[in-house]
Design a binder for this molecule. Sequence first.
Ligand code: PMP
Ligand code: GLU
Length: 403
Amino acid sequence: MNLAKRLQLIKPSPTLMVTVQVAALRRQGIEVIDFGAGEPDFDTPEHIKEAAIAALRQGQTKYTPVGGTAALKEAIIAKLQRDNGLTYSLQEVTANCGGKHTLFNAFHALFGEGDEVLIPAPYWVSYSDMAILAGGQPKLLPTSEETGFKITAAQLQAALGPQSKALILNSPANPTGAAYSEAELRQLADVIERSNVFVISDDVYEKFLYDSPRCPHLLALKPHLRDRVLVVNSVSKTYAMTGWRLGYAAGPRELITAIETLQSQSTSNPNSITQAAAVAALTGTQEPVERMAREFAKRRNYVVARLRAIPGISCTLPEGAFYVFPRVSAYFGTRWQEKTITSAMDLSLYLLQEAKVAVVAGEGFGSADHIRISYATSMQNLEQGLDQIEAALRRLGGPSPGT
Ligand code: PMP
Ligand code: GLU
């Protein structure tokens, strides 16, 4: 098959691949505990489902305006005002088929040949491939446990060059759970202000921040950067609506228009029923979100404590999102089935086969020394899965000496 060259530049999403692998094993009757999926295990709140059912009954089953109905755009505008203190008009917001699609549209609208896209690493799997697909050039800004998996202002300053088109900020972050404090964000914002770089602020995990105080939005700190920031969000994580596919953005009018032009030639508009559900999600009670966040906080504490008790595993305490990103490199050099485990990928395969627990190997996020565990699953699954992981790692004979 003679496929387009650009398809040779990207790989299937490793996070979604884990979901596929788990489903395949379950179909074979093998019980697997899934710590891979980056989606809330909670059901979509009832009032949101009811709004969708009502929309369906009322015949809201036709095409809508490309970037979403006026009702949805109003709901997005109200949300950004209420939660983030940001003021936008109808022409400055757009809705798309998931946050991933919002980012895909934005990357294609912004990036071209030679444009550098600054991505703090570890990063969410799709940023780099989407940048490449759009013709851009990802430039990774490495971080580690020492800086809490956050970039510093000095690092950003040093990375910025004439080709730097945009910086991706994702706080709280996937896969590390790292979240910038107000002081840290202010320092980055000062560097951003002195440059020409555009910022894509991926806020999809904003509601899942645990013991740290909420940090104002970059644009609330620097409102005059309004023409250089695209705010991206989604109902997927906040309202347990991953399957509904609705993401949205707010930003400079010219960019929003470009995104809608692209969308008009591709997906037309987000699903009409989903849009009605999203209006209910954004404007209705936020109590279910708070409930989910409280539950995630408990699980995070449990998972981190359990992982830290396993010899050789080190794990930072994530400030937000619903992932932990433990370092597993102490197990490199151990042997399984005549082979030496040398990477997170090897160890993830071992855990899937021997512990019957699916995790995501760090390689897809830019680190071969870590694995990602999603704690968006029940406490019972977490207990059982961690028991199985612990036992399987002990069977490996413990971490290699000297680590
Ligand atoms: N940004 C980040 C950091 C993510 O982890 C995800 C994955 N869900 C998305 C954006 C996109 O999510 P969705 O397309 O479901 O809105
Ligand atoms: N973002 C989630 C994750 O990282 C869902 C899968 C995806 O879109 O990558 O697991």
